[in-house]
Design a protein around this ligand. Structure first.
Ligand code: SAH
Ligand code: SF4
Length: 436
């Protein structure tokens, strides 16, 4: 979501004459877009700010005014602390106020002192964002829902991104249509609880994710739709059925479970049991037998015993994941778990995480190896590093390379996989391939 937000900030600043540079030394405005989901984020921000300060000082000695802005969830949570500790920061803005960035930049350029906007505004930023002018390639992110009302014990999102809000359907269709006109074929719909999407439809009714995805599927050029991140409680039967009925929905689902222990799930306030998670997965596999799964795990949530951890390992062995993100529990300010007296010792968390990650890594390798001999559709997105090679993405977001003409970039073609490397697959184009 931060990648999406950063791109939108670029769109916002373009009318002011700014464009993106890869070299910080050349930038008139340096924006640090931050994440607050786990700890050390704040420290990382300050060490990065130290580096940006040097650039700012160096540039200003050359007579080139330079502004530093801190955006995102660290800015939201710690705005005042940021300007106290780093008074050379000119602009601080939260994730819901970045539509005001042009105005803030102009204001900061005019006056000395900082401009801070971290209140949750009554207006929606989305109403003020210009249509994207440039796509980054053939794949794109599109935020359709933001914020969260679920208040899991460990999570800072409801405090930093704010309450759950779904964008209206028409605004999403317009943005997706624009992206497709710019050459995008594969869109990842984003939201902290994306499958809880319930936006105002053009017919005056509330639309769910299924109806939205069906409508998006009619946009010319859009051949792949993904959505992330989903909560198990919002995995409706209709959405599961859409994985059977809607060919544009990719057979790859990120469905975080966090823990395989009912006791921990309860302490986390996740609102579902392990059995219910298994049932969802069963239904998904029945609806779409080739579906692959991805998940998030938190290891060492307060009160997690060794038995609880073993239950998580059992779940991982039972379900098997094509990909997964696993984290040590990290106490977040303002969350209920952070003040629990039953914190798990760091070395214990480390040991459990290592054990889990070893199995997840094996499962990922196994999943990739199983692709050998299979014919899969690949959306080609770029030139490969080797002569005559092109690269793209499988439905499962695996990087795939094949020998092929550059003219195929931007198209989807069948590839027979013959080799599996650590981070990518390679294969050859199948002759009677279908293109979209
Ligand atoms: N809405 C999604 C998760 C969004 S946060 C869901 O409900 O599953 C992304 C991931 O960050 C979470 O799935 C969780 O695994 C991880 N995470 C969030 N807070 C964390 C914390 N305090 N410590 C460690 N990992 C955390
Ligand atoms: Fe955080 Fe996800 Fe829980 Fe919301 S549902 S509080 S975003 S972990």
């Amino acid at each position: 979501m931060n990648v999406y937000d950063s791109n939108r900030m670029v769109d916002l600043l373009r009318p002011l004459g700014y464009k993106v540079t890869d070299e910080a030394e050349k930038a008139d405005v340096l924006i640090l877009n931050t994440c607050h989901i786990r700890d050390k984020a704040t420290e990382k921000v300050f060490s990065e700010l130290g580096r940006l300060r040097q650039i700012k000082e160096y540039r200003e000695k050359q007579g080139q005014p330079t502004l530093i802005a801190v955006a995102g969830c660290v800015a939201q949570a710690e705005g005042k602390i940021i300007v106290q500790r780093a008074p050379y920061v000119d602009v601080v803005l939260g994730p819901q106020t970045y539509h005001r960035l042009p105005k803030m930049i102009l204001e900061a350029a005019r006056k000395s002192g900082n401009v801070i906007e971290t209140d949750f505004p009554t207006e929606s930023k989305f109403d003020f964002l210009p249509a994207p002018e440039k796509a980054q390639g053939h794949t794109a992110f599109l935020t359709i829902q933001e914020g969260c009302d679920k208040f899991c014990s460990f999570c800072v999102v409801p405090y930093t991104r704010g309450a759950e809000e779904s964008r209206p359907v028409q605004a999403i269709i317009d943005e997706a249509t624009r992206l497709c006109e710019l050459g995008v074929k594969d869109i990842s719909l984003l939201g902290q609880n994306v499958n809880a999407y319930h936006g105002q439809g053009p017919d005056g009714n509330i639309w769910d994710l299924v109806k939205l995805a069906e409508k998006l599927s009619t946009i010319p050029g859009l051949s792949r739709i993904r959505y992330t991140t989903s909560h198990p409680n919002d995995m409706s039967d209709a959405l599961i059925a859409a994985h059977r009925d809607l060919p544009t929905l990719m057979p790859f689902l990120h469905l975080p479970v966090q823990s395989g222990s009912d006791r921990v799930l309860k302490a986390m306030n996740r609102g579902h049991t392990v059995k219910e998670y298994y049932e969802i997965i069963d239904k998904l596999k029945k609806a779409r037998p080739d579906i692959a799964l991805s998940s998030d795990f938190i290891i060492g949530h307060p009160g997690e015993s060794i038995e609880d951890f073993k239950a998580t390992m059992k779940l991982v062995h039972d379900i098997t994941f094509a990909q997964a993100f696993s984290f040590k529990y990290s106490p977040r300010p303002g969350t209920s778990a952070a003040i629990s007296a039953n914190q798990v010792a760091e070395p214990e968390k480390d040991a459990r995480l290592q054990e889990l990650q070893a199995v997840l890594k094996d499962q990922l390798t196994q999943f990739n190896h199983e692709m050998i001999g299979r014919k899969i559709p690949v959306l080609f997105t770029h030139k490969g590093r080797k002569e005559g090679q092109i690269g793209g993405k499988s439905p499962y977001l695996q990087a795939v390379h094949a020998q092929g003409d550059e003219s195929l970039i931007g198209q989807e073609h069948m590839v027979e996989i013959d080799e599996c490397m650590t981070f990518s697959l390679s294969g050859s184009l199948v002759k009677e391939s279908t293109s979209h």
